[in-house]
Design a protein around this ligand. Structure first.
Ligand SMILES: C[S@@+](CC[C@H](N)C(=O)[O-])C[C@H]1O[C@@H](n2cnc3c(N)ncnc32)[C@H](O)[C@@H]1O
Length: 291
């Protein structure tokens, strides 16, 4: 059976009382989730002015990731679909306000009230259809649209995810861009199977200098250790793929000929000395039916 929990059962079933307790009492998990959350907070790049911010922790679970936010002096709201995880978070008396909810149905928060969002090891769950009524694309759309809406303009969302493959990463990123985010993916330890970690670093608003994906550490391509606990900061390679909104799809005619093909063809005819109408924005546009 796959070791990916999201392929085993829906989150609210997988994280039942037993699993939620096991998850929260594993010192290995506590350590990993804390490291991931610290990195996510670093990538959020909040102003260094000592002012507490209101942050959102999406898929907060039992509050391991939220604890990092509290330790750094921030207030937070945590949302999770698993009641068992949230019960443990309450038992542990975390500082955040906890909400039971499904991110795939939208976050339901007031517009513009959140100063930054993190999500640690949770968003890849949206790519699975756990019920016949689930359509991952619709759920990703609902999630990213509502996330965009609740963030203050210019605020960031940093989502650490475990996409199953490149197509899944592209799917998630595509829906983020369509919702209006700019940004891209930061990959820590790209050459390590065990330590490789991906963060979607998204900024609420159109691309600008301030919305650029954070600079890479050790971009010289030095290979890094495969050992999670090596702790050798110098050898931590970070690669970045920066993406803004997807380009408009080229319209293709029935014969598979798009604008580019027509422009090339016109150029060819001109070179042959034929009289060809000038290229305009209307070139290769589909005519309305009345023509
Ligand atoms: C691996 S745990 C991570 C928990 C926490 N972020 C941490 O770092 O310890 C993933 C969490 O995502 C939650 N989750 C998965 N799908 C969700 C959804 N559709 N809506 C809200 N939470 C979800 C699960 O219930 C689980 O608590």
């Amino acid at each position: 059976m796959s070791s990916r929990p999201e392929l085993q059962a829906p989150p609210e079933i997988f994280y039942d009382d037993t699993e939620a307790r096991k998850y929260t009492s594993s010192s290995r998990i506590i350590e990993i989730q804390a490291k991931l959350s610290e990195r996510a907070l670093e990538l959020l790049a909040l102003p260094d002015d000592g002012v507490p911010r209101l942050l959102l922790d999406i898929g907060c679970g039992s509050g391991l990731s939220g604890e990092t936010l509290s330790e750094n002096g921030h207030q937070w709201i945590g949302l999770d679909i698993s009641e068992s995880m949230l019960n443990i978070a309450s038992e542990r008396d975390v500082d955040g306000d906890l909400l039971l909810g499904d991110m795939g149905q939208g976050l339901g928060l007031r517009p513009g009230v959140i100063d930054g969002a993190i999500s640690i090891s949770a968003v890849q769950w949206l790519c699975n259809a756990d019920k016949s009524s689930h359509e991952p694309r619709l759920r990703l759309k609902a999630f990213f649209t509502s996330l965009y809406r609740c963030l203050a303009r210019g605020a960031r969302a940093v989502l650490q995810v475990y996409p199953e493959n490149v197509a899944q990463r592209e799917l998630i990123l595509g829906f983020a861009m369509r919702a209006g985010f700019s940004g891209g993916v930061v990959v820590d330890f790209p050459h390590s199977t065990r330590s490789r970690k991906e963060y979607f670093v998204l900024t609420c608003g159109p691309p600008s200098l301030s919305t650029a994906v954070p600079k890479a550490k050790g971009e010289d391509g030095e290979s890094c250790s495969d050992d999670e606990s090596s702790g050798d900061e110098e050898n931590q390679t970070v690669s970045i793929s920066d993406r803004h909104r997807p380009r408009k799809k080229q319209k293709i005619t029935k014969k598979g000929r798009g604008r580019e093909w027509i422009l090339k063809r016109k150029e060819h005819m001109r070179r042959k000395g034929n009289t060809v109408p000038p290229d305009t924005k209307y070139t290769a546009r589909k005519r309305k039916a009345r023509f």
